[in-house]
Design a protein around this ligand. Structure first.
Ligand SMILES: Nc1ncnc2c1ncn2[C@@H]1O[C@H](COP(=O)(O)OP(=O)(O)OP(=O)(O)O)[C@@H](O)[C@H]1O
Ligand SMILES: [Zn+2]
Length: 680
């Protein structure tokens, strides 16, 4: 049975692009599969609406605008236009593409927040917020950096981006530093507003249990709810954003108004087309969210709870993709691990359909995807060029040369059944968000076409039995017609081209799959065919790989510099002089204790032959207890620049190996040595 009922309209949304940077290929793993899904469901005969828009609020945008000496308005306009153009150039066709700064979204957000307030789900609470006396301002989210209270890595105000990845609530960050002036910040009390997320535990368990989509979304979210949910701070001290009702000094947290954008964009579409947005958000129309695996929490927990609390309908499906990586690093604009859609793809002259095909067919949607130019080339050359393109071209060329039109003849039952089975199999895969399976089953039909052509030897038949030759070619053209329809969601432009070359007059984009078994019309004139796909040459791919690896190298170096460490890349050599700069000595641990609130850290005092023992903070607490290390001799790097870890100053480093589980293996001298003995 079909997952989607024929009489329920379907709304599809995509995780909003954040309007503070260019589009990269990682982003496309949300938008391309969503576009494929929308096109495919329309081909099954469903009514589908497809909306998205730019996410324009939040501290990173204010921050970047300040850094670039411009206004948030100017910044978001630039990137909003960029995303709009990028999507169009990739064949991603939204019915509405607004911004979260549109008046529609301000109004819708106010309506929802006011309802939450009325329904008693919002309460004020005085909390400690980082404040910079130098800049005379409160420091929300990215305006403040410090140490993660959970793992002691350096983190931003709202997330531990370098360490454990946890969402951080205001006031949780240790040793906050202002990112504008670099000054040490203090915590000051301030009143903020909280959403009673903890009251939605039971509701969410029930909701998630029934939630359709990919299992990763449901399972992760269920895991978090079972751990118990905390109330959620939904206001920030910023001027840029959607004003919190009744307070001039506060805006709502960006994760409140961004997903409400989905509703606002549906309204914008409804207003422009005379349609209803309520059939989705107030009634029981289907809502399907496409997102990346990084924002499951926001879509499976925050959003449905908020909608429930304000009497709106939540999504029926959440489809979450695995993250796109490069050399095993998740894409990140700020860190520089990226392949850009513009510079690295479109500007290089690659056709958008090749990337659409690659992203959809490379691996299952929920798995991570390590971007590879080699695989991109292989898929293009062997599948699109070698199977589909080859089948279509040899069929068309042979028919054109010998018949100039679609020949007469009966269509084989086996051919028609194979087409119907492929349509059924592919549709079923699509309804389960299995894009690879969809692409594979269509490619199997193209292979079948090649075998059909090859085994009937039309080049012999044309001499021996021209009528039968024509019949064989007509069957091939029927397969070609079905392939064009089935490929349209994946490679719309190329499928349109194939459709035309087959002599079809109608619009392939609006044609239904059921057209696949409607016989092609004999006598339809054919033009001289042209090749659909060109092979990608090795040199092209080598050039692209060189650009990518240079980018990763630079990003790695940037990361290492940021960490203040000089980690060598595999093939980098250092001189003896470089090595001589390291002051390494034998020392004895004379004191050891756990660092408060940091699971991984021990505070040590190490005697390295100086007047007083040195205080060194070591990340060994998971494998070593204070008692166990006291009295041990270790090797100390003594001239490392002092650093503060979780509020404790560290003057050097205790050397250790790292085992497969990340556990520390302390180095020690072969035999008892005098404290301060030099290593070298
Ligand atoms: N590397 C990636 N792999 C898969 N999906 C991604 C990736 N990066 C972003 N997305 C998805 O793209 C959509 C838009 O995300 P958004 O613009 O917020 O990305 P971002 O966090 O700003 O990117 P970056 O982390 O590179 O700065 C979301 O659905 C998000 O989940
Ligand atoms: Zn952390």
């Amino acid at each position: 049975m079909s997952r989607f009922s024929p009489d329920k309209p379907i709304l599809v949304t995509c995780g909003l692009p954040y309007a503070n940077g260019m589009a990269h290929i990682g982003h496309l793993r949300t938008y391309i599969p969503a576009d494929i899904f929308v096109r495919s469901l329309k081909k099954m005969g469903h009514e589908v609406t497809f909306v998205c828009g730019s996410d324009t609020h939040g501290t990173p945008i204010v921050f970047n605008a300040e850094e670039q000496n411009t206004t948030p308005q100017a910044l978001i306009k630039k990137y909003h236009t960029h995303f709009d153009e990028t999507f169009k150039s990739m064949g991603i066709e939204f019915d509405a593409f607004g911004t979260t700064d549109d008046p529609t979204n301000h109004n819708r957000t106010h309506d929802i927040v006011n309802r939450l307030i009325e329904n008693d789900y919002v309460y004020p609470k005085t909390i400690e917020i980082a404040y910079c006396a130098g800049c005379n301002r409160f420091l929300p989210d990215r305006y403040v950096e410090g140490e993660c209270p959970h793992c002691a890595e350096s983190a931003r105000g709202d997330e531990c981006d370098q360490g454990c990845g946890k969402h951080l609530e205001p006031g949780e960050l240790q040793n906050p530093v202002c990112t504008i002036c670099g000054g040490v910040s203090e915590y000051k009390e301030q009143e903020h507003f909280f959403f009673k997320l903890s009251q939605f535990n039971d509701y969410l368990l029930e909701y998630l249990d029934k939630l359709d989509g990919t299992s990763n979304a449901r399972n992760y979210a269920l895991g978090w709810v079972k751990q118990g949910l905390d109330d959620w701070c939904i206001t920030r001290n910023l001027e840029w954003g959607v004003n919190f009702p009744g307070r001039d000094d506060l805006v709502v947290y960006v994760w409140v108004d961004a997903p409400i954008g989905y509703i606002a964009f549906t309204e914008e579409w409804a207003n422009a087309t005379g349609n209803s947005w309520e059939k989705y958000w107030k009634d029981d129309g289907e809502i399907v969210h496409f997102i990346g695996g990084d924002i499951i929490y926001h879509h499976c927990i925050f959003l449905p709870a908020m909608l429930k609390g304000a009497d709106y309908s939540p999504a029926s499906s959440v489809v979450a993709s695995g993250m796109v990586k490069i050399e095993n690093k998740t894409f990140s604009k700020s860190r520089g691990y990226v392949v850009w859609v513009g510079d690295d793809y479109m500007e290089q002259g690659f056709h958008p359909d090749l990337l659409r095909y690659y992203l959809a067919s490379y691996t299952s949607h929920t798995k991570e995807l390590n971007f590879s130019w080699k695989v991109f080339q292989e898929k293009t050359n062997t599948e699109l060029v070698g199977v589909f393109g080859n089948f279509l071209y040899r069929t068309l060329l042979f028919a054109y040369k010998n018949f100039k039109a679609i020949p007469e003849g009966k269509l084989d039952d086996e051919v028609m059944e194979t087409i119907q089975n492929t349509i059924d199999e592919a549709s079923e895969a699509m309804e389960k968000y299995e894009f690879k399976k969809y692409a594979d089953s269509v490619m199997t039909l193209a292979s079948y076409g090649n075998i059909y052509f090859q085994s009937r030897e039309p080049w012999n038949l044309v001499k021996e039995d021209k009528k039968e030759c024509g019949r064989v070619l007509k069957n091939c053209m029927q397969i070609g017609k079905a392939l064009s329809l089935l490929y349209e969601p994946l490679i719309p432009e190329k499928a349109g081209n194939a459709w035309k070359q087959l002599g079809m007059q109608s619009n392939v984009h609006t044609a239904l799959y059921s057209q696949g078994t409607v016989p092609v019309e004999s006598g339809t004139p054919l033009n001289k065919p042209s090749i659909l796909f060109k092979k990608i040459e090795d040199e092209t791919i080598e050039k692209m790989e060189a650009i990518a690896s240079q980018r990763v190298k630079e990003a790695n170096e940037k990361q290492n510099r940021k960490k203040g460490e000089q980690i060598m890349t595999d093939n980098e050599e250092i001189t003896f002089e470089d090595f001589g700069k390291l002051d390494m000595r034998v020392g004895t641990i004379v004191e050891a204790e756990k660092v408060e609130k940091a699971d991984k850290l021990l505070r040590l005092e190490v005697d390295i032959g100086e007047e007083t023992p040195r205080q060194i903070v070591a990340g060994i607490a998971l494998t070593h207890s204070p008692e166990e290390v006291k009295g041990r001799q270790v090797i100390v790097l003594a001239n490392l620049k002092p650093a503060k870890l979780c509020g404790v100053k560290s003057f050097g480093m205790v050397l250790a190996g790292v085992d497969e589980d990340g556990g520390a293996i302390l180095l020690s001298p072969e035999k008892e040595a005098k404290n301060g003995t030099q290593i070298g």
